[in-house]
Design a protein around this ligand. Structure first.
Ligand SMILES: [Zn+2]
Ligand SMILES: [Zn+2]
Ligand SMILES: [Zn+2]
Length: 162
C-alpha cells in the first residue's frame, strides 16, 4: 500500500498529507484536495489518534472497506487504524478466545474482526486476488485445451462424405 499519510506533500512542501482519495489510492494534502475535485472520487480525512494514523469509522461506514477490521476507540470516536500494528509474531499462544489479526497477529479486541488495520486487510485481499487469478488462469487453460480437442473431434467426424 502506497499511502504515505502524514508525510509532507511533494508538491506543497509545507502541507501534511492527511486526506486520502479512495479511487486513486493516494494521500493528498489540503491544497491537493482542492485541485482533486473529481466527481465520484471519495476523499476521506485521516486523523491521528494516540499518534496512530486512523480513519473515522463513520467516514468508512458507507464503504465496505471497514468490514472485518477491528475498530478502536480514540478521542471518543470509533476509528480504524490505517497501518499494520503487529509484527507478525503471535504473542499470546495458549490463551483461548484471543483473536489475532490474520495478517500480522496483532491481538484484536473485537472477536468478530479479522484484521487490526486497513493495511492488513488490503494485504490479505491482495493475496487472495493473486491466488484467485492464478486459479482462473489455470482453469482457462484447461478450458481452451478441452475446447480445442472438442472442435478437433468435430471437424474430424463431421467431415463431409462424398
Ligand atoms: Zn482521486
Ligand atoms: Zn499537496
Ligand atoms: Zn494486522
Amino acid at each position: 500500500m502506497s499511502i504515505q499519510l502524514y508525510g509532507l506533500c511533494e508538491t506543497h512542501s509545507s502541507e501534511e498529507c492527511n486526506f486520502y482519495c479512495r479511487v486513486c489510492m493516494f494521500a493528498l494534502c489540503k491544497e491537493c484536495k482542492k485541485q482533486h475535485d473529481i466527481f465520484e472520487h471519495e476523499i476521506i480525512r485521516a486523523y491521528k489518534v494516540n499518534e496512530v494514523a486512523s480513519f473515522r469509522l463513520a467516514d468508512l461506514e458507507s464503504l465496505r472497506d471497514a468490514s472485518d477490521i477491528c475498530p478502536y476507540k480514540g478521542n471518543g470516536r470509533l476509528v480504524e487504524v490505517i497501518y499494520k500494528r503487529g509484527d507478525g509474531i503471535a504473542c499470546c499462544h495458549g490463551q483461548g478466545n484471543v483473536v489475532e489479526c490474520e495478517s500480522c497477529q496483532y491481538r484484536l479486541k473485537s472477536p468478530s474482526a479479522k484484521y487490526c488495520s486497513i493495511q492488513c486487510k488490503v494485504e490479505a485481499v491482495m493475496k487472495m486476488n493473486e491466488s484467485e487469478s492464478v486459479t482462473n488462469e489455470a482453469k482457462r487453460k484447461v478450458e481452451t485445451i478441452s475446447e480445442e480437442s472438442a472442435s478437433d473431434v468435430k471437424s474430424f467426424t463431421k467431415r463431409p462424405r462424398e
